[in-house]
Design a protein around this ligand. Structure first.
Ligand SMILES: [Zn+2]
Length: 414
């Protein structure tokens, strides 16, 4: 048994139900002053004030107790939208963007996703694994204990399956909890430029059945955007995904609204992601369903674009989560503290709303909230010891890593 005691704040992010927090609920992070947490065998065995847990603390050997004076503990971050399995980086395109070239123009000129596709194909399994493992290490260092990762740089049956199989190898050998998503419909490969529906057929008739039967992914995602996959393509892919037992997530309304959000809500998707260009109809659809609006302010920041209307979403009672979108093109960061800061400064979330979105609601969007995402009795001990006296300092003291130590499943990760 071990314990952390005398914490300035134990921030639980606890919720009364296992549904995502919405509206005013998002502003409550469940702070316990002079807090303590007791951990045994990977699980949380006690949460409360140091005073209330004193009898149990007295039974724990001194060397297993950390004095948390001047520090806080929060749940490990749940990063529910990344493309973290890729090879090579694209800082040259970043420099082009700084000179004003739009992302879609870079994509159509063979850059963007297609550039990463080429590098992935040319890289060995070992290279891809090593580079991705380094990203997972950085995520753990910055406090992410659960991460969703999408395929989508393969864009062929062989390479999509390869990406997901490598991800499986990584998830079995790395401490971070990996949730896998199939994103074969990330871009239209150039060889299908004039026959996009044939590529959609390949995704539906070949890729999804194999991936589902091999259990290589839990979710299916589509990049629903003008010039890429439209609502009809998305519907075809989603219907196939549902028939094969996959859950849905969607890249939607990032640049233009096509109606993808409304479709995803109607089909019971776990999340719709980006939503910078969401319409009133999209907002109305989200109000009425349990689909979570997964916002990615790092992408707006890195692409120097506008931000999703987060305040309006919260006012309408829509559940929000926050993620990095970690990818080699539009947003290369593993830092959830950075994302929380951007969400507060550019989308006007309160520090509490942003923290709930980055923990409990992220876990809800992945359907893992019964295990992780908040600090409560019986849950897995995924938590962070932060070098600050209040959770409000996370967005305030930006550009640094506030995480002193990350605990995953009851063990401190060095
Ligand atoms: Zn994405």
């Amino acid at each position: 048994m071990k314990a952390i005691i005398n914490l300035d704040q134990l921030v639980t992010c606890i919720h009364t139900t296992s549904k995502a927090k919405r509206g005013p609920e998002m502003n409550d992070v469940g702070v316990i002053s002079n807090g303590a947490i007791i951990i045994d065998d990977g699980f949380i065995r006690g949460v409360g004030s140091t005073y209330s847990l004193q009898k149990t603390i007295d039974k724990i050997p001194k060397e297993n107790i950390i004095d948390g004076r001047g520090k806080i503990v929060i749940p490990g971050f749940v990063d529910s939208h990344t493309h973290a399995i890729f090879a090579g980086t694209r800082e040259k395109e970043f420099a082009m963007r700084l000179q004003g070239k739009p992302y879609m123009e870079i994509l159509l000129a063979g850059g963007g996703i297609l550039n990463s596709r080429k590098t992935l194909m040319e890289s060995s399994d070992k290279e891809i694994i090593e580079q991705t493992r380094a990203r997972f290490d950085r995520m753990i260092a910055f406090g992410t204990t659960s991460v969703e990762v999408k395929s989508g740089y393969g864009l062929s049956t062989e390479q999509e399956i390869r990406s997901l199989e490598l991800l499986k190898v990584l998830s079995e050998s790395h401490v971070i909890d990996v949730q896998k998503t199939f994103l074969g419909a990330h871009a239209v490969p150039p060889e299908y430029k004039d026959s996009k529906s044939d590529y959609v057929s390949l995704v539906c008739n070949e890729m999804i059945p194999i991936i589902a039967s091999k259990k290589l992914a839990k979710y299916c995602d589509v990049f629903c955007e003008k010039g890429v996959f439209n609502v009809n393509d998305t519907e075809r892919i989603f219907e196939t995904a549902i028939a094969n037992g996959l859950e849905l997530r969607l890249h939607s309304d990032e640049i233009e609204s096509l109606g993808g959000t409304e479709l995803a809500c109607a089909l019971g998707a776990r999340s719709v992601d980006h939503l910078i260009a969401i319409t009133n109809n999209g907002l109305k659809a989200l109000e009425k369903c349990e689909t979570i609006a997964n916002l990615l302010p790092g992408t707006s920041y890195s692409l120097m674009k506008s931000y999703a209307p987060a305040r309006e979403m919260i006012n309408r009672g829509i559940a929000l989560s926050l993620s990095t979108d970690c990818n080699p093109g539009s947003c290369y960061t593993e830092s959830m503290p950075m994302i929380i800061s951007l969400a507060c400064l550019n989308m006007k979330l309160t520090p509490a709303e942003a923290l709930n979105a980055a923990t409990f609601n992220g876990a809800c969007s992945l359907g893992i909230q019964d295990r992780v995402g908040s600090l409560e009795m019986g849950k897995e001990a995924d938590l962070l010891l932060l070098d600050m006296q209040s959770y409000e300092a996370i967005p305030y003291h930006f550009g640094i890593n506030p995480v002193l130590k990350t605990m995953k499943y009851g063990k401190w990760i060095d």
